[in-house]
Design a protein around this ligand. Structure first.
Ligand SMILES: [Zn+2]
Length: 371
């Protein structure tokens, strides 16, 4: 029952995204959308320099007399690591650096964070999520059998970051997300990690322990109170410079003794397993395609390079066996129980409580206001 997969003629996205569409030249909707996004939001030249300088001045001005002028969340990955360098040396900021440890850090990631913070002389605050609660929530998501198994981890990262910002009266959140490597990501491949109703709904159905300290952010706090009442601002400097991932890796290695861990978001052992095994094996979604397509859209690699990259195996066989065993032990289940969870029938996020209508409603309101 192999169905034919149609691949875009310009990027490497294909019909494993059920909502993909192609124009008469075989170019997909993601390519067209990425082009608009990049035109509107990526400024690698002089305009970006000016914008970066203006926002840096604004942040420094606001930060006068305060211990920190902004906050940055770090994972030890390329984007957030390079962002620390930009914030300190190009923007001349005084960030509070926050790392949320949800239990899955690779040793390389921890080492990267330590080295950077030390070399840049920044204050690091690490928050460790209660493992018993985290474990219970991860198991709940596996039992729910939904595509986005990164929600428990991602939600805790953002919730804690905002929480620290609010507690320290910090208005500016400096974020490492960037259009040059993330302009393309099909909605059908995941679901919004900010939806607390979704998390609690799944946990209520499958969890066995109380989520007493797990970092949470609700819709009102995240979408209304922080941005509009507290006037917190998210700044994405990597969209205002000529950010090139491969060059950034080289720069970090040469200047900070930083080390690469082998794949996008593989700084977390869980995310590596989730992206390189769970998602492609179970749902047929290979996130490398979105990542590589984004880099084609921003002309950082060619389509041929991307296609060559995709012929590489997602996982090294022996590494997969090791990682699966590690994860099963960490989740306190047997190898067999883990396999059983992985082979449950696939579910959609909409099979569980969610706030998609509220999220879409807010998006529409914003669109109207902007017009
Ligand atoms: Zn395309």
């Amino acid at each position: 029952m192999f169905s034919e997969v149609t691949v875009c003629s310009s990027c490497v996205m294909d019909s494993t995204d059920p909502n993909i569409s192609f124009d008469a030249d075989g170019v997909c909707n993601h390519c067209h959308e990425a082009k608009v996004k990049l035109e509107q939001g990526w400024f690698p030249g002089d305009e970006g320099r000016q914008q970066l300088e203006a926002i840096s001045n604004e942040i420094r001005q606001h930060g006068k007399g305060r211990e920190y002028d902004c906050i940055i969340g770090v994972s030890g990955g390329v984007d957030s690591s390079y962002l620390l360098h930009v914030a300190k040396h190009e923007m001349k900021l005084r960030p509070l650096v926050v790392h949320v440890d949800a239990g899955w850090n690779s040793e390389i990631a921890v080492k990267n964070i330590e080295q950077l913070v030390k070399a840049l002389d920044l204050d690091l605050f690490t928050y460790v999520v209660n493992w018993e609660e985290m474990q219970d929530l991860q198991l709940s998501f596996l039992k729910a059998s939904v595509a986005n198994q990164d929600i428990p981890q991602d939600h805790s990262f953002f919730a804690k970051l905002y929480d620290y910002a609010a507690k320290n009266d910090i208005k500016y959140i400096i974020n490492g997300s960037n259009l040059t490597s993330e302009s393309i990501l099909p909605q059908s491949w995941g679901y919004d990690a900010s939806d607390l109703k979704h998390i609690l709904g799944i946990h209520k159905q499958f969890g066995t322990k109380k989520l007493k300290t797990y970092p949470k952010m609700n819709f009102f706090m995240h979408r209304v109170y922080w941005p509009y009442v507290k006037k917190m601002k998210i700044v994405r400097p990597l969209n205002l410079i000529d950010f090139d991932k491969n060059k950034a890796i080289k720069f970090l290695e040469e200047n900070y003794g930083w080390r690469y861990y082998g794949g996008k978001h593989h700084e977390s052992k869980w995310t590596k397993f989730f992206q390189a095994y769970y998602l492609p094996e179970k749902f047929g979604f290979d996130k490398r395609k979105a990542h590589l397509s984004s880099m084609i859209a921003s002309a950082q690699i060619t389509r041929e390079q991307a296609l060559a990259e995709l012929t590489k195996p997602l996982y090294d066989e022996s590494e997969l066996v090791q990682d699966k065993r590690y994860i099963a032990r960490k989740l306190a289940i047997t190898d067999e129980e883990f396999d059983n969870l992985l082979s449950l029938p696939n579910k959609d996020y909409s099979d569980y409580p969610n706030q998609i209508s509220l999220l879409n409603g807010l998006r529409n309101v914003k669109r109207i206001v902007r017009k």
